[in-house]
Design a protein around this ligand. Structure first.
Ligand code: GLN
Length: 501
């Protein structure tokens, strides 16, 4: 009875709420802008922003890491503000407008504009990203079996954007200049907003995504209603963040994240200590562990936008295949190809009662990461006299690390909601996103070690090849070591955790 009412009230399409497809396209375009811009970011800094200084790679590494950390950490705040005051619809609009503005400011050729643009994207993503993901979940009732496949469809949208954008923005950047590439990213974000707006005007979201309460939404603080005050504050924080990003020499962001890391761990320890039952305690410890493993994995994976893009541009023979920026789309391409087969594999293994426990999947995911870097580390054996290695090494590397991603990221996302006590699910989602934020600090650390000083003689060629392949070798060892450790400890975790995994 209630089902037939739901179907009447909220239109369905292909067996899912129609709203899903609006969110799918809105997120597709938002990720188009995010990854189109990310594909150009490192090369743009090295070639345009820091081109005049010898430590240009190191400066780029710090700014890239700080941007990445802040862009994911801001989602914790954006999620909380949405839960308590704005609701998902307003948050998504606010975030989308800030992000579009950021991409358009990037199209201006000016160093200060550059940092302001990154800051606008940091704040914008904080409002957009967590809320559009939660919105997907909100379209389904608790326990609706279609929810998982809804998220798989949504993850496809993310990666279609992530695959197409580097190709197109990379093409424009090479043909006409970086600013055209950034401009296209901005247009992508506007397209996302228009799709979302169409969803609202065609009433496919029912009553979902409204502010949690009218009082909070309209409540006046210093004479201004919160619904207006929050966007104003959001815009005003951007110059402060721009300043943080531009002070790369002091690297304040890294200090801030060390502090946040300790604070989060202490707070989690406190929560675990205070939980009522042993079962709940075990679950939360498991949630914290998988978040920690995920941080390590993203720390290697997110190198793709920095060191690996530089390696592609300096030492991979891409002639006639694609540009270095465009290689950023390979990961998403493989995710699109592999997501459904791997999710079918889990279903198949479940039926046979052979589905591995989460720690095993995570250990294997880290092993895949290690293997992918191992492939890059041995690429030097095929280098020509200019230190250029064949493209298939990079291609194989992205193939392998994408398998690892699918062993961890979607699995972890659904596990976090299962394992966290109900009253702190939102907080734990935030911690989950913080894993990406901390990962960027690992990326910054590694990228700084592999920074090449720019003098006329040592960029490109055999010398940079040696720097990169030695670095990749070390990363492979760490990732493989971490994977082996997780796998070795998995039986012990099984013993201690019982049916919690
Ligand atoms: N590629 C996924 C996305 O863009 C996950 C990224 C991450 O959390 N680091 O949503």
């Amino acid at each position: 009875m209630s089902d037939s009412i739901t179907i009447k009230e909220e239109p369905q399409m292909f067996g899912h709420p129609k709203g899903l497809f609006y969110l799918f396209f809105a997120e597709l375009w938002e990720r188009f802008s995010f990854y189109g811009m990310r594909a150009l970011l490192t090369l743009y800094m090295v070639e345009k922003i820091f081109n005049a200084i010898a430590e240009r790679d190191a400066a780029t590494a710090v700014v890239y890491a700080s941007y990445g950390s802040l862009v994911y950490a801001s989602t914790v705040i954006g999620g909380q503000i949405s839960d308590k005051i704005l609701g998902m619809r307003s948050s998504i609009f606010l975030g989308g407008i800030l992000m579009a503005l950021g991409h358009f400011v990037l199209a201006i050729e000016n160093d200060m504009a550059f940092f302001l643009a990154l800051a606008l994207i940091v704040v914008g993503n904080g409002f957009f990203k967590p809320n559009i993901s939660t919105f997907v979940g909100a379209l389904y009732k608790d326990g609706d079996v279609r929810k998982d496949s809804g998220f798989t469809i949504f993850y496809m949208g993310i990666n279609i954007g992530g695959m197409v954008a580097p190709f197109l923005c990379g093409l424009l950047a090479v043909k006409y200049g970086y600013h055209y590439g950034f401009g296209l990213a901005g247009i992508g974000m506007l397209a996302g907003l228009i799709v979302f707006w169409r969803g609202i005007t065609s009433n496919v979201f029912g009553d979902k995504g409204m502010p949690p309460s009218n009082e909070a939404y309209e409540k006046k603080v210093i004479g201004v209603p919160q619904k207006t005050l929050i966007p104003i504050i959001a815009f005003l924080t951007a110059p402060g963040i721009a300043w943080l990003l531009s002070s790369w020499k002091s690297n304040y962001v890294s200090g801030i994240f060390k502090f946040i890391g300790v604070a989060v761990l202490v707070y989690l320890g406190y929560i675990i200590y205070n939980l009522k039952t042993n079962e709940a305690r075990k679950k939360l410890i498991m949630a914290v562990l998988i978040t920690f493993f995920m941080t390590l994995f993203w720390g290697f994976h997110e190198l793709s936008g920095s060191v690996i893009t530089l390696f592609a541009s300096r030492n991979v023979d891409l002639d006639g295949i694609m540009t270095a920026a465009q290689t950023n789309g390979l990961n998403s391409m493989f995710i699109i190809i592999l997501a459904i087969p791997i999710s079918l594999l889990w279903g198949y293994l479940s039926k046979k009662k052979l589905n591995p426990r989460t720690p095993y999947k995570f250990g294997l995911g880290l092993l895949f990461a290690g293997l992918s870097f191992y492939i890059l580390s041995v690429s030097g054996v095929s280098a020509d006299e200019n230190g250029m290695v064949p493209f298939y090494y990079l291609f194989a590397m992205y193939f392998i690390i994408s398998i690892g991603e699918l062993f961890m990221s979607p699995v972890g996302l659904s596990k976090i909601t299962d394992l966290s006590p109900k009253n702190i699910v939102a907080f734990m989602m935030g911690v989950w996103f913080l894993s990406s934020a901390f990962a960027f600090q690992i990326v910054g650390f590694i990228s700084k070690q592999l920074a090449v000083e720019s003098t006329d003689t040592n960029v490109g060629g055999l010398q940079t090849l040696a720097i990169y392949t030695n670095g990749f070798d070390l990363i492979a060892k760490y990732a493989l070591g971490a994977g082996v450790l997780v796998l070795l400890f998995s039986p012990l975790m099984k013993k201690l955790m019982g049916n919690v995994h």
